[in-house]
Write a protein of this length. Structure first.
Length: 292
């Protein structure tokens, strides 16, 4: 599929949708693995570095970075990525998968504000309005604003994760003119594992108990190395904002998977508040993408 001035191949759309399908169910591992978010994310990043590194070497790819500035920039983005993952899994663990995912999926409206700011432009008024609208949806989801309330804590950390994810996606897109998607992801995962290793607890149990090791290998291989490589690769032809439109089905995958596999029934207010959040995000993405 192509248009003059903007070319989007069916391959890119397929890669994007497959990555969204896979990543929509990654939240299950926050509940299946009985470890802290830091430990889970370290294992996820470490095994992904090994698997992706072997894959790249077998394909004869050079893992070096051409310029020192590029290395530090990609490495820095990896640190942002690490904090995004930890705060996201923390939001999932302290509240529910439904709450954590809906808070995270405000990231498209944050991207619509941060992307023009990064490019030296002012975000338009409607983008700001829709951001406030999505935040109102989270307000509806939250029964009380207190650190004693698990939903409020989950919403807060989900929002922190959403902002970090927006920043990571915008900065990553810029680096794709020089390096492949898998190469960028490998360096980011290396940064994530190095940052989190000193703070990880229970690593021996995680790698010696067969079921936990199996979960980590699946999390690292399918849900990280493959899914995120496809996600980043799609940015070559699809903007960060437009990619967010496709990702809006992820909360449905995650919420229903948690309900089906874990018996985690969504709270009653999830449909109203969640509907507001997703409507604001989808409408904003539609505005940005309607001409492409």
């Amino acid at each position: 599929m192509s248009r003059h001035g903007n070319t989007v191949s069916w391959a890119s759309l397929a890669q994007l949708n497959l990555s969204v399908l896979i990543m929509g169910n990654v939240t299950l591992f926050a509940k299946l693995l009985p470890f802290s978010p830091i430990t889970i994310i370290f294992g996820r990043a470490f095994f992904s570095v090994l698997l992706l590194g072997v894959f790249l070497k077998l394909r004869g790819k050079d893992l070096s970075i051409k310029q020192r500035y590029d290395f530090f920039k990609i490495f820095g983005i990896g640190i942002i990525f690490a904090i995004h993952w930890v705060t996201y899994f923390h939001a999932l663990q302290v509240s529910t998968i439904a709450i954590g995912m809906l808070a995270l999926f405000t990231y498209p409206v944050f991207s619509s504000i941060l992307e023009p700011l990064y490019g030296g432009h002012k975000p338009d008024f409607i983008s700001v309005l829709l951001t406030l609208f999505s935040l109102f949806g989270l307000f509806v989801l939250t029964p009380e604003f207190s650190w004693e309330n698990s939903i409020a804590v989950g919403v807060f950390w989900g929002l922190v994760s959403a902002i970090l994810y927006s920043i990571r996606n915008i900065l990553t897109k810029e680096m794709q003119t020089h390096y492949s998607s898998a190469h960028i992801l490998w360096v980011q995962l290396l940064a994530t594992s190095l940052l989190l290793f000193p703070f990880s607890e229970g690593l021996w149990e995680m790698v010696t108990v067969p079921v936990y090791l199996f979960y980590q290998l699946i999390l690292a291989g399918l849900f990280t190395a493959i899914a995120h490589t496809l996600w980043i690769k799609s940015f070559k032809e699809i903007s960060v904002t437009n990619a967010g439109l496709f990702s809006m089905v992820s909360p449905f995958y995650g919420i229903f998977s948690a309900w089906f596999f874990l018996g985690e029934k969504p709270p009653d207010q999830i449909w109203l508040g969640g509907g507001i959040v997703l409507f604001g995000s989808v409408f904003e993405i539609w505005r940005k993408s309607r001409n492409t």
